[in-house]
Write a protein that binds this ligand. Structure first.
Ligand SMILES: N[C@@H](CCC(=O)N[C@@H](CS)C(=O)NCC(=O)O)C(=O)O
Length: 245
């Protein structure tokens, strides 16, 4: 039995969903509602004590961390088409890209996203309601992030995160301006993990990601969105934000 706990088709939640759809592995999807703080309820914290999605339940064994889940699926289901290059050097390059997403790219995009989306949502609660929700968050750093989002991250932090967004966009464009995929000539987990963060930036970060300044990145976002498995995923997985690509 394979169950994926996730939010909608975006960010870290999207990575394993895409890997499962692309590879055609049957699974059950359990979508949690972040607005109801379902991921901080006791039943979910019994699955992932960090109270974060995605989390994969494979016959009772729980795997967390979006990129680790994608790699686990490769190891646990080798009979399905692979999203990892067989060549050791290309596989290492793929992992450099996925590591970069987890350590750099996802954080700057996330902080700006939290400022824009989580901030207003957090301010809609009374102080009492908000502190009640925060008390249920198991990771202290996440409690701090929620509090910072509620009061606003501040101009200095936001400027630094936006600088990192620009560095990230330039890095992706440098590769994609003359390549179809991030590693070799094959769609890999490098594309899955980067796309999961980059998709939608043509709307949310239109000043940085647009036809004129980043034609390679724009074409790649479209190329990934046009893949049949990705089309199927966006058609089937409910999203409060609609189709983003
Ligand atoms: N490093 C983790 C990060 C997971 C993560 O940040 N998940 C977000 C959704 S994309 C989440 O659960 N956020 C809710 C919260 O932290 O309160 C991974 O890659 O899976």
């Amino acid at each position: 039995m394979l169950t994926l706990y996730s939010f909608g088709p975006g960010a870290n939640s999207l990575k394993p969903q895409m890997a499962l759809y692309e590879r055609g592995i049957p699974f059950t999807l359990r979508v949690l509602d972040p607005k109801k703080f379902e991921h901080h309820e006791d039943w979910f914290k019994a699955i992932n004590p960090r109270g974060q999605v995605p989390a994969l339940d494979h016959d009772g064994q729980i795997v967390t961390e979006s990129t680790v889940i994608c790699e686990y699926l490769e190891d646990a289901f080798p009979e399905y088409p692979s999203l990892r290059p067989t060549d050791p050097f290309l596989r290492a390059e793929m992992r450099v890209w996925t590591k970069w997403v987890d350590e750099y790219f996802c954080w700057c995009v996330s902080t700006i996203g939290w400022e824009r989306m989580i901030g207003p949502m957090a301010r809609a609660y009374s102080d009492e309601e908000f502190e009640d929700y925060v008390a249920r968050i198991p990771v202290p750093e996440q409690q701090t992030k929620w509090r910072n989002a509620r009061k606003g991250f501040g101009a200095e932090v936001l400027a630094e995160e936006m600088r990192k967004v620009c560095v990230s966009v330039a890095k992706l464009e440098a590769r994609l301006k003359d390549h179809d995929w991030l590693v070799g000539d094959q769609f890999t987990l490098a594309d899955v993990c980067n796309f999961s963060i980059a998709n939608g930036m043509q709307f949310g970060f239109a000043e940085q990601v647009n036809e004129k300044d980043t034609p390679g990145l724009i074409a790649w976002i479209k190329r990934v969105n046009d893949r049949p498995a990705v089309q199927k995923l966006f058609a089937e997985v409910p999203s409060e934000f609609g189709k983003r690509g």
